[in-house]
Design a protein around this ligand. Sequence first.
Ligand code: ATP
Length: 197
Amino acid sequence: MIVARGVGKRFGDRWVFRGVNLVVPRGVQVAVVGPNGSGKTTLLKILAGLLKPDEGVVEVGGGRHRPGEVLYAHQEPVVLRGTVLDNLSLCPSLDWEIVEALGLKPVIREKAAKLSGGYKKLVTIARVAACRPAVALLDEPTAFLDKEKRAAVRTVIEELTRSGSAVIWTTHYPAEVDSVATLYELIDGALRPVSLP
Ligand SMILES: Nc1ncnc2c1ncn2[C@@H]1O[C@H](COP(=O)(O)OP(=O)(O)OP(=O)(O)O)[C@@H](O)[C@H]1O
């Protein structure tokens, strides 16, 4: 479970958002939409513990972050040195079903730096999803990907949620979000729930 209470962030004297409240128990999926620059990445980084909020608090499992409990996948494809397998070796126990579902098995021995942008993005997601963390934060996980890979990523998000992770992900496309997710919009400095059509 991850909880944000009254979270706000400003850069200089400009608040990006204020008063963000969010409760995401394990086994629940939240999707956040919002225009460019509305603060989606900033919010995920605060939830991940990578940025400090200027007001409010984030709690994980009722306390502070424990290492590996909350994992964050960057919006930009980011790979580490070595092979795809090397990139995944930080997981205490690697879930091969997730690696396979993301289509990474055929390239597992290849140098990650030499992959296409889309495959690098899949590695970025796999580094989080294949570890099956208590809380998975995925920043625009369907960006950079073709239709088939976007569907694979959504299947993985559903599988992670079903198996008990709390999953929060961002997208620019509400149509991508299916009915099992709770949808929020981050806009004009506030996070608001949105009803799915
Ligand atoms: N390190 C920083 N210093 C100053 N301003 C920043 C910093 N990081 C983000 N911002 C500003 O905060 C606002 C929110 O940025 P953020 O990247 O969180 O938005 P976003 O909703 O993820 O955007 P996009 O959909 O384009 O990815 C923007 O106005 C951005 O310029």
